[in-house]
Write a protein that binds this ligand. Sequence first.
Ligand SMILES: [Ca+2]
Ligand SMILES: [Ca+2]
Length: 195
Amino acid sequence: MKSTRTAGWTLLELMITLTLLALLTAKVVTVMKMANDAAGEQSMAIHVENQANEILDRIGLAIMGSDRGTLIPSVEGLNYSGLRYKLSLGTENGVTVWDDTEEIRLAGAGTRIEWRENPDEAEERRLVWTKLASPLLEGEVLNGVDDNGNGLVDEQGLTFVIERNMVTIRLTLRATSADGREVIRTVERTVTCRN
Ligand SMILES: [Ca+2]
Ligand SMILES: [Ca+2]
């Protein structure tokens, strides 16, 4: 009889212990998952931000190294989702020597930012700079209205605006974190052509 009681208590104790252990484990797992999700989202945000800044640097350097007269399209005040330019290789006998035409554009239905050398020609070279591009700039909706208040209507996720010998570059990158939250980063810079 005594031994049965002892066994009963032991079983009860065991059950309580197991239940507490299970609860504790569940809690630890939840806390770890939350920390992981937060870390995942944070590192995703850093990744998207770094990539946006890196691409903005590359585009800025390309435009700063090119001549205003080589930009295509060249009309001021409009916004373009791609820009062609030529870099100067220096002068030879007083004449400027130009490198091959290069282009930076939004491609793949607004999902990629590409760099192309000799675009649309047989010797075209192409690099995809990012696959995190956005079809439209952050806050913009395709509705004929300037939703994000930057003076441009329905501008795309990579946008160039030319004013005199300056070009304003705007771009939005977006990615989805593991838990389904969207990370969006938009960067903007105005640079001046070399002449
Ligand atoms: Ca706008
Ligand atoms: Ca709009």
